[in-house]
Structures are given as structure tokens and as C-alpha cells.
Design a protein around this ligand. Sequence first.
Ligand SMILES: Cc1cc2nc3c(=O)[nH]c(=O)nc-3n(C[C@H](O)[C@H](O)[C@H](O)COP(=O)(O)OP(=O)(O)OC[C@H]3O[C@@H](n4cnc5c(N)ncnc54)[C@H](O)[C@@H]3O)c2cc1C
Length: 437
Amino acid sequence: MTLHTAVIGAGWAGCAAAVELAAAGRRVTLFEAARTPGGRARQVTVQGLSLDNGQHILLGAYRESLRLMRQVGIDPDTALLRLPLQMRYPPGTGMDFVAAALPAPLHLAIALWRASGLSRADKLALMRFSSAARWMDWRLNTDCSVTELLERFNQTDTLIRLMWRPLCIAALNTPPDRASAQVFLNVLKDSLGARRADSDMLLPRCDLSSLFPNQAAHFVEQHLGQVQTGTRITAINRHDQGWQLASTGAIHHADQIVLATDIGNAATLLAPLTDVTALQALTHEPITTCYLQYPPDRRLPEPFHALIDDPEQQHWGQFVFDRGQLDARHDGLFAVVVSVSTEAIAAGKAALASAIALQLAHAFSRPELTMPIWSQVISEKRATFSCTPGLLRPDSPASLPGLMLAGDYTTIAYPATIESAVRSGVAAARALLARDG
Ligand SMILES: Cc1cc2nc3c(=O)[nH]c(=O)nc-3n(C[C@H](O)[C@H](O)[C@H](O)COP(=O)(O)OP(=O)(O)OC[C@H]3O[C@@H](n4cnc5c(N)ncnc54)[C@H](O)[C@@H]3O)c2cc1C
């Protein structure tokens, strides 16, 4: 008899698990509390436009995400704009660094040589960092904060301000003085330390639900599975050899479970069954995205730019994306990302949108950017877990055979990203397939 697996949560982790199981011939039911699959990387409608709950960026190193996209029929080459690794501030400000079209590591060496906005001392410090990290095989004996790591490697103030801090905040959504140096090195190893294609930056040209979760749900249905959106699982229990799941007004049965919810919901569902201390120990960081719509002919020089954030001047934005360069339906629409946004959002959404419009006008020396036609701020309070040094990741409870945890927070050695979510889903599915054949 075909085993039946219930996957709870249709974020990227749950969708990845469901696709992997369905492709291996398992009967899958995918339960999702929301109406739209995608979880923290999903489509939302704003002013009649199909946008995302937060602007995302993927990397060429996201191998499993790209593999599964292809498996469900998405062509990454058309769905994503592939750009070389870059850190480009508005012209005349900050620095301008773009990886060259050469094999690794020449792509970075040449980029560094050509980069503007960095002194000779900055460039030498960056080269020292890169060769020392390679020599250490990107591994520390004892984890520490990113700030300590940068001090240890004598990184200059300019490099820290223009390169390391923005990279750390973008990748780990945790400020350098609280962020794990080891996880930061792991991310650098997979991108800077690998092939040139791995370091490429990939910008979605479609909404995030269409990039994988919608097609993943379709794939499950085509493989004799079911997808139940708008169905919140309220309790799970061991039952005979398998599991019983409760949703409002219904009881469902399954042989196995992949629990792919966010941390809080995983803790709530597991608390009656097992110790959830490790789940409850994780804390969260917010990310805020501010959409600003200008007339359709407004363009930025590049599809995205880094911005210098400075709380004292109310300059909160860290990156700005020109959505019109990704999708013609979004001409004139800019998305500004504020990671670790607790302080930025404290004065309210309207104040943040005005401050960001002023920041853009200042950064690009274009006064007309102070006056968007409309703006919309979306703040995700629990966007990612805080990626701190030596963080213990919750494991699937050994006392509950046939139940696997999946989610970005379970992937050891990586921060909360789409790729960690997908890898965790694939790993959970493979563990169940290996267990029961
Ligand atoms: C604003 C923002 C910006 C980000 N930027 C990036 C980026 O640029 N690059 C990157 O790689 N990553 C980024 N991330 C992180 C990335 O989005 C997440 O790491 C990833 O989406 C997590 O996926 P997940 O499947 O582990 O969890 P989730 O997306 O949280 O999925 C869990 C799912 O479970 C559902 N659920 C919960 N409880 C129940 C229940 N009881 N019953 C049924 N369903 C339930 C939820 O509705 C949800 O759909 C960003 C995140 C945010 C919020």
C-alpha cells in the first residue's frame, strides 16, 4: 500500500518536501493555513499589482531551489534575472563593485582591482580576508560575532560600512555585532569561495508564489496528491501506527508527517507531544519592504543598488530594487528593503515611507523621488530567526518516529533563506523515504 504523508505548511520547505515525496511515488496531502502557498516568500496584491510580502534575492548557489523549480516546470533562466555579484551604490556614492565575466577566483580579483570607492588599503584588506578565509577553509574553531571576525582580520572602516555590514545584514538579517561569524563564513564560502555562477545574484521576474510554491502545489496534485489551502492544522496525535491531524471541523489521517510550519506554530503543535525548549529558544528579526510607485518612466541606473543606511539621518533603506527592470507591469515601482527593521518601523509605516522617499531623492540626487504616487510598507515581524553565534538548531524529535521537522531554521550552518528552507524540505522527505522505503 502507498504510504500517505501529510505535509503541514506550504512555505518553500513544505513545498520542497511535498514535491520530493510526490516524485518518489508517495501519496501527499499538503495542508496550508493561508489561501496562498509560499509562506514568508509569497505573492501579495498591492494596489492591484501582484507583488511579494517582501522583496527577495536569490543566489546562484541556491542549487536545490533551482533544481526543484525546474522539476515543477519553472525555467529559472526566464523566471529570474541573473546578475554578476555586485555591490553598487548610487553613482558617485559609496562604492561600485561588479564581478567580472571570468572564471573564479579571477572574477573577484579583477572586480576588486576595478572597484571604485575603495582605497588601496581597503582592497588589500579585502584580499587578505579572502585568502585567510580560504586558508582556514572558511572554518572557525570557536564561533564569534561577525564584528569580532572583521576586527581579527583588520578590516577597514570603509570596507565594514560599505561591504561587510550590508552583506551580513542582507544574508543573516542580524547585525554584525550579534551575527554568527561561522554562518557568515559558510555563506561567503558558498558564494564568494565557489564557482562564478554560484556568486551570481538572481532577482525574481515574477511573484514569489509563482516562482515555485504554486507550481509545486500543482505538481503534487498531478501526482495523485492533494493540496488543502485555507486549512490550519490545530493538533497532531499519534494514532495506531500513524498520525491523526485535526483541522477546524475535520480529522485527517496519515502514515507520516513533515511539520513544515514556522517556528512558533511548530512549537504549538509539538508542545503536547515532546520537549520544545529548543524551538522556543529561537528569537526573531523583522524585515520591512517599502514599495514606492512613481510615474512609469522613472528608472534607476541599475536593477538594484545598495544604499547607505544611517539612522541618525532617518536613512533606513539598505537596498533599492527597480521592479520595472524585472517586469514591465511594474514600471516606475521601486522596492526598498530594510533588514533588522525594529528601529526603522518604530515611528510607523507612513513615517518610514516618507523617510525612504527622502533618502532615495538624496542618494540619487533626484528631488522628484520625494513624491511617490503611492507607497505601501509591508513589515514582517518574524521574518527570520536571529542568526547568533553558536546557535543550536532544533532537530526532528527522536521520540516521534515518522515525524520530520522542516523549515529554514532546521538547516544547520545556514541562515534563514529560501535555499535553507528548500534543503530542509528535501532532507526531511529523503529521511522519511529512507526510513520506510
Ligand atoms: C521580508 C522577507 C525578506 C526575505 N528576504 C530573503 C531573501 O532575499 N533571500 C532569501 O533567500 N530569503 C529571504 N527571506 C527568508 C525566506 O523567505 C524564508 O527563509 C523562507 O521563506 C522560509 O520558508 P519556510 O518554508 O521554512 O517557512 P514559512 O515560509 O514560514 O512557511 C511555513 C508555512 O506554514 C504555514 N502554517 C503555519 N502553521 C500552520 C498550521 N498550523 N497549519 C497549516 N499551515 C501552517 C504558514 O502559513 C506558512 O505558509 C526573507 C523573508 C522575509 C519575510
